[in-house]
Design a protein around this ligand. Sequence first.
Ligand code: HEC
Length: 111
Amino acid sequence: MKLLTTALFATVSLALATAAGAATDKENWDLHCAKCHAADGSGATKIGQRLKLKDYTKADNQALFTDEQSLDAIKNGVKDAAGKFTMNPYSEKLSAEEMQALVPFVRSLKK
Ligand code: HEC
């Protein structure tokens, strides 16, 4: 049921985003990123807990990566020690502008 709701939500967001042209940073975050990082960036989701995601509402954790590293993670993904993607690359799903816009958006999650 939760999956269905998530899928429906994703479909509706995608339809809205398409109707309005390019999606905003918040729409892209909710659609592509929140399932792992959580809507508020805390990482408090089932997948987030499994992947031990850092809480990006905390300044300490935001200080662990630069804007360049943030953009690199969004473009090229993140791999674990075994070389398996733990975060997929978004360079084929999002435009360069959309990926760039997510960098300050991630910073704005800091409380
Ligand atoms: C499948 C789960 C998943 C999704 C979806 C996901 N991420 Fe990640 N993300 C991760 C993992 C795993 C890491 C690395 C562990 C960590 O830093 O907490 C990470 C790290 C990051 C980092 C830190 C990079 C660094 O160098 O430390 C940023 C910024 C980030 N993600 C942004 C995003 C954005 C923006 C999206 C959506 C476009 C997104 N993530 C989607 C799992 C995910």
